[in-house]
Each structure stands twice: as structure tokens, then as C-alpha cells.
Design a protein around this ligand. Structure first.
Ligand code: MRU
Length: 350
């Protein structure tokens, strides 16, 4: 921790998980201090902590909290820790990183509180390295696809440092490109209904001094039709073996529009987002959230009271619409052309 600001989205401080409260941004930069698994689960559910890599790391830190609480210095109440681990793993259903983070920390249970905490902290460091590697690889790819001039990039949701332990995935690639002088402009989808693009991505791009414009989600296809977008860069919550990708609701529509207009559609995500147990995206559980997120805006009711609502938080983009999936280890071309192949997603690269 550095003063009252974190250098990243979350961390550990003297027996507690500390995290930027993403519900309050951009108006207020507020830190949460979470000393119990129950509070951490609530922070994940309410999107105070959000983004697939960040909730995976939060899950691992949550196991560390639990082991501390259920240890008497000599023995650990393993049943109680497993109960907490289940609560953590089920806090949100779509991002596979959450289960991955929890189970990886749990594997160190025989090493007691210190061992579990060491594992969770190592995962934070690894995520930072992962971000840098994927961002560099994705930046190289974008440069190879966008000829000799700075790119106009469209992005969705928030995939930056708030969603990870370092620079981010898709947004990390955008910052890397900006650092190399290769960004003309970023178009940021507002990302209804919770406005991760409007509230968080614009905040991160503003802090980094990267030129950007905010647009409503419905303007994205029109921007592509008008030739304003060279490349779409998004993150992922779960990637199936065939390359189908679950990500924030609206991603599928972007991929359809990108395919229609010949715009490269690139997914940037860590290997921990790949799910080797799912052959394709049809088995991914897509979280549905409460109606109030859609019927109101900024705390004001806009739809008639008791309107029925369809509010999926994620959708699945079929592999055939994806130009490339970039991880910290490889570039996968789900359509089979180029240097990747479909089968390579059958395993996470350790
Ligand atoms: O509901 P959220 O805000 O957690 O959804 C986040 C996304 O969909 C991100 O694109 C994804 O988790 C990748 S974050 C690097």
C-alpha cells in the first residue's frame, strides 16, 4: 500500500484485503478494508471488486483470510475453510478465474496461513508479469494489423489495472501501444448497465493521458461503418476449448459488427481465463443480475415500476468471429489461420 492510494486494484495489508471500491469511481477514490470472507464475497457480488483477473486474486486472498480466521496457531479447521472457499468460488458464476484463484490458494492449505498467504501474494506478482507479457504481445499484433499509422481502437467494459493486479489485459495492450506512440484514439463503450467503460476505463485512460472518446454502446457499430475503428480490443471472463469467449454483455454484438466491417477483433486475457473443461461456450454459466440495474439510471427510476427485465451480465462470442486470442504465452487464432490452432486451448499453458 502507498499512502491512501493503491498502486493496483487490490492487495493485502496486515490481516485484511484492501481494495479500490470500484462502485465509487470516478467521483471518489475510496479504499475498502475487508477483514472477513463475508465482506469480501459481498464486495465481489456488488462489483466493488470486479474484472475476471481481479476477482480471481480476491478469491485467493479470501482463502488466506479464512485460514487465518480458522487457525489456532497449531491446527486449521479445514472444513470451515472449505465452506468459505465455496462461498468465495460461487460469488459470481461466469469468470473461471474466481474458481481458479480459490482452488490454487486452497492447495497450499497443508502449509497453514503463511503458506496460503504466500501463494495468494505470489499470484498477485504473477498477474503483473502476465499483464505485461500479454500486453506486449497484443501490441505487436495490433501494429502488424494496422499498417504504419497509430490505431483507432474500440474497447468495451474495463480491462485495466482496476480489473487486474497491474496494467490490465486489453487496456494494458492499449497503454502499451500508447507508450509506443501507436494510438490515435480509443473509443470507449459506456458499457450499460453498470457503466464500467464510462466510469472506469475513461478514468484510467485520462490518468494515463491517452486520447479517447466515450460513446454509447449502440454507437459502436456505426463507428465501424464510418471507418472510425481499426481494431476492437476486449478482455474475457472465460474461454472455452474451441475459442468461444464469454465477456461483458455487448461483446458479441461488437464482434458481429467487426466481422461485417472487416475490423480485427482481438481478445486479450490471461491463461487463467481459459477453461479446459468446456468444449465450447454453450456450457458457460452467464450471470443474470437484478432488474434495478436496468430500470434505473444514477439512482433515478427511468422505466415503469415493476417492468420485467432481461439483464444478462455477459454474452458468448463464437470463436469464428474472433481474429485472435492473446495470452501471456501465445497468440491463438481460433479460425485456425496464422500461428495458432484450435486444439491449443485444450490445456492451460502452465
Ligand atoms: O461484470 P464485470 O465488470 O466484472 O465484467 C468484467 C468484464 O467483462 C471484463 O471484460 C473481463 O472480466 C476482463 S477484465 C481484464
Amino acid at each position: 500500500m502507498a499512502g491512501n492510494r493503491l498502486t493496483t486494484s487490490l492487495g493485502w495489508d496486515d490481516g485484511a484485503v484492501v481494495a479500490v471500491d470500484q462502485r465509487a469511481l470516478p467521483h471518489e477514490y475510496r479504499l475498502l478494508r475487508l477483514e472477513s470472507v463475508e465482506h469480501l464475497v459481498e464486495a465481489i457480488r456488488s462489483l466493488a471488486i470486479r474484472g475476471a483477473p481481479a476477482i480471481g486474486l480476491a478469491g485467493a486472498l479470501g482463502v488466506a483470510l479464512s485460514v487465518r480466521r480458522h487457525s489456532n496457531g497449531r491446527t486449521v479447521d479445514v472444513r470451515a475453510v472449505h465452506h468459505d472457499a465455496t462461498l468465495l468460488a460461487e460469488a459470481r458464476p461466469t469468470a473461471v478465474n474466481l474458481r481458479w484463484g480459490v482452488s490454487r490458494a486452497l492447495r497450499r492449505l497443508p502449509d497453514g496461513p503463511e503458506g496460503v498467504l504466500a501463494e495468494a501474494l505470489a499470484m498477485l506478482d504473477e498477474d503483473a508479469a502476465t499483464n505485461r507479457s500479454a500486453a506486449g504481445r497484443a501490441a505487436d499484433l495490433v501494429i502488424s494489423l494496422t499498417a504504419d499509422r497509430p490505431a483507432r481502437i474500440l474497447t468495451h467494459c474495463n480491462t485495466g489495472r482496476l480489473a487486474t493486479a497491474a496494467v490490465g489485459t486489453a487496456l494494458g495492450a492499449i497503454l502499451e501501444l500508447a507508450g509506443r506512440g501507436r494510438v490515435e484514439e480509443v473509443l470507449v463503450d459506456e458499457t450499460r448497465p453498470l457503466l464500467q467503460g464510462a466510469r472506469l476505463t475513461t478514468w484510467e485512460l485520462g490518468e494515463a493521458g491517452v486520447p479517447h472518446r466515450l460513446c454509447v454502446d449502440a454507437a459502436a457499430a456505426a463507428a465501424m461503418a464510418r471507418g472510425l475503428v481499426d481494431c476492437v480490443l476486449v478482455g474475457a471472463d472465460r474461454i472455452a476449448v474451441n475459442g468461444d469467449v464469454a465477456n461483458k454483455i455487448g461483446t458479441y454484438g461488437l464482434a458481429l459488427a467487426a466481422a461485417r466491417h472487416g475490423v480485427p477483433f482481438i481478445v486479450v486475457a490471461p491463461e487463467s481465463t481459459c477453461d479446459p473443461t468446456l468444449a465450447d461456450g454453450s456450457g458457460i454459466v452467464l450471470e443474470e443480475r437484478g432488474p434495478e440495474e436496468v430500470t434505473g439510471f444514477g439512482g433515478v427510476q427511468v422505466a415503469p415500476a415493476r417492468s420485467a427485465v432481461f439483464n444478462p451480465a455477459f454474452d458468448v462470442t463464437p470463436a469464428e468471429l474472433i481474429t485472435a486470442i492473446v495470452t501471456e504465452r501465445r497468440v491463438i487464432r481460433p479460425q485456425g489461420d496464422g500461428d495458432g490452432d484450435r486444439g491449443s486451448l485444450a490445456e492451460r499453458v502452465a
